[in-house]
Unconditional design. Structure first.
Length: 85
């Protein structure tokens, strides 16, 4: 997990803290700047939130375009994550 080109060493601790409190932030040890979960770059491998849409067989579905459409239709922020089994 990265933020501003820096790798978060203890990302599992940060995720655990976020699950207990979605307002939790990670502080960059060099700058002290806080970053929330959605400021991190998971390269579309994390799905978390209060609303989720699971598509079991997406075929050739474009994740970015689908998330953009759902965001516009619902008024809620959607992103996408990929799960390869």
């Amino acid at each position: 997990m990265k933020s501003s080109g820096k790798e978060v060493e203890d990302w599992s601790l940060f995720l655990e803290a976020w699950m207990n409190n979605p307002a939790a932030v990670w502080h960059d040890p060099e700058t002290g700047k806080p970053y929330g979960l959605w400021d991190m770059d998971f390269q579309h491998t994390l799905g978390a939130g209060t609303c989720a849409l699971v598509i079991d067989q997406p075929g050739l579905l474009n994740g970015e375009k689908t998330a953009e459409l759902l965001s516009r239709l619902s008024g809620q922020r959607f992103n996408y994550s990929l799960c390869h089994l």
